[in-house]
Ligand binder design. Structure first.
Ligand code: COA
Length: 192
């Protein structure tokens, strides 16, 4: 199969400016001014447990270091997710492997009051359309806890296919937890 050419530099120049919108959500480049709210939300044990990226609430300084590291990483594309009225909800990141025309996606609606209202799926669909449409990627993948049924349902609604079980992939409070590997490949997206 012939895939369209992907020039990582051009793609990144475009995406760093990209604002993606539907009637329900708006994705815009993550700004330093978002960090204080993210840091406060990360006091939520359940949020951190599902995100799987931080064990404890980060300090303001740690949150800032994370932001700087992402900005300096040419393979990271990071948006804040807002509702249509501009209320901050969370963020979503693509981590590119340009060589393989692949990206890993990580998403979080950080405000738990907003879980299950369709924001995550809508944001993910925008990211997938951007990844396959603008960036010409061939595959977008993720792994999530098998126990994270809300996330799995959301990803399935967006066209992610379960590819396998990563046994004892994470340790949560010392307890081994399986993860589900999921992905959308280009032909899935084209046939949606
Ligand atoms: C995962 C996440 C991004 C999904 O976004 P969301 O806006 O909450 O999801 P949506 O409302 O678009 O879709 C959720 C679906 O799961 C269903 N659902 C809600 N709670 C559920 C539960 N406990 N078990 C199973 N399904 C559930 C909803 O009904 C909806 O399906 P439907 O549209 O068929 O009714 C968001 O919940 C989140 O950020 N959670 C905390 C962090 C996290 O888990 N991040 C992902 C790590 S891989």
């Amino acid at each position: 199969m012939n895939l369209p050419a992907l020039d990582g530099n051009i793609a990144l120049t475009v995406i760093s400016e990209s604002i993606l919108t539907t009637k329900k959500v708006r994705l815009r480049p993550l700004q330093e001014s978002d960090l204080a709210q993210f840091q406060r939300w990360l006091a939520d044990d359940e949020l951190r447990r599902w995100l799987g990226s931080v064990n404890e609430q980060p300090s303001v300084a740690e949150e800032f270091d994370w932001y700087v590291s992402r900005r300096q990483d040419p393979d990271s594309i990071l948006w804040s997710i807002e509702s249509a009225d501009g209320t901050l909800l969370g963020n979503v990141e693509l981590r590119l492997s340009a060589l393989n025309r692949r990206a890993e996606v990580a998403i979080g609606i950080f405000d738990r009051e907003q879980w299950g209202k369709g924001y995550g799926s809508e944001a993910m669909r925008l990211v997938l359309d951007y990844a396959f449409g603008e960036l010409k990627l061939n595959r977008v993948e993720l792994a999530t806890d098998e126990e994270n049924t809300r996330a799995i349902r959301s990803y399935e609604k967006c066209g992610f296919v379960r590819e396998g079980l990563l046994r004892e992939h994470r340790l949560i409070d010392g307890r081994p937890v399986d993860s589900v590997a999921m992905a959308v490949i280009r032909s899935d997206w084209e046939g949606r």
